[in-house]
Design a protein around this ligand. Structure first.
Ligand code: ZN
Length: 280
């Protein structure tokens, strides 16, 4: 396995990790100062700003943009609303291109208001992802479809299994389409080893997110654990990823409203660095 302790540049930090407590320009400088190699920014942080300038600041700081987060949800109640959702994804892809982002992360969404039809939502996601792939290909951006833990199946994502995401990739078969594999969403899957190996074979692994699943957890949305504080066997997970040929950055994404979001950014980065070196 790669030595993350010796190569902190292999680690990236998703800005959600700091709870959006500081402006993006400050967060970029802190991440670079800590010696990491990449940043995963969010749309809400660049709103109203000059995206190209932010992209330049990130590159000047020696960081790459791993993934741009995240897509507006795709499933909708009407054709018109679906078209609107696709258009707002196109605008987000324009921003990703201006940032020189390596990939655009799709969190699909799930049941639209009042609907109980998961199959229809899934069909809309497949249709939408195909459209976004074509648009992204013209801008040299990869699309990373991220399956989310089934606890989010009602609203945030109707794509809940890695195998399900890989099936969509196979069906659409676009060279710029792949998956984002997040330990928090996939660690429990009994077919994890099989499906990570498949993702590698099919050349679909675009990104890799880490955090930990706390036990007990008080909130499945905003109580993610720092790596090493929960129940996920992170080393075995990385072993599966690297055996499958993954050689990209390892990105921490920590939604932690009651704990890490309340700490100074520099303190969190210090702990991150130590955990990357020891438990990931
Ligand atoms: Zn993630």
């Amino acid at each position: 396995m790669r030595d993350l302790a010796a190569q902190p540049k292999l680690c990236a930090v998703n800005t959600a990790t700091f709870g959006f407590q500081a402006p993006l320009s400050e967060v970029i400088e802190e991440i670079a100062r800590a010696g990491f190699g990449g940043v995963g920014p969010w749309r809400r942080e660049i709103e109203g700003q000059d995206v190209k300038t932010i992209g330049r600041q990130i590159r000047d700081a020696g960081l790459s943009v791993t993934g741009f987060c995240r897509s507006p949800y795709l499933p909708a109640n009407s054709r018109a609303a679906f078209v609107t959702a696709i258009e707002s994804n196109y605008r987000a892809l324009d921003e990703a291109a201006a940032l020189h982002a390596d990939s655009y992360v799709i969190v699909s969404g799930s049941l639209p208001e009042g609907s109980k039809d998961l199959s229809a939502a899934r069909a809309q996601v497949a249709e939408g992802v195909a459209l976004l792939c074509a648009y992204a290909a013209e801008r040299d951006i990869k699309i990373a479809l991220e399956p989310l833990h089934p606890v989010y199946a009602v609203d945030r994502s109707c794509i809940n299994l890695l195998s399900q995401a890989l099936d969509i990739c196979a069906e659409i078969n676009a060279p710029n389409l792949g998956v984002c594999i997040d330990v928090y969403h996939t660690w429990w899957d009994p077919n994890l080893a099989r499906d990570i190996a498949r993702a590698g074979r099919e050349k679909r692994i675009i990104s890799y997110h880490v955090s930990d699943w706390l036990s007990p957890t008080i909130d499945v949305l905003n109580d993610r654990g720092m790596m090493g504080d929960g129940v996920i066997d992170l080393k075995s997970f990385r072993h599966l990823m690297e055996n499958a040929g993954y050689d990209g950055l390892v990105e921490v994404e920590l939604f932690s409203a009651e704990n890490w979001w309340k700490k100074p950014i520099a303190e969190t980065l210090g702990v991150l660095k130590e955990r990357f070196a020891t438990v990931v």
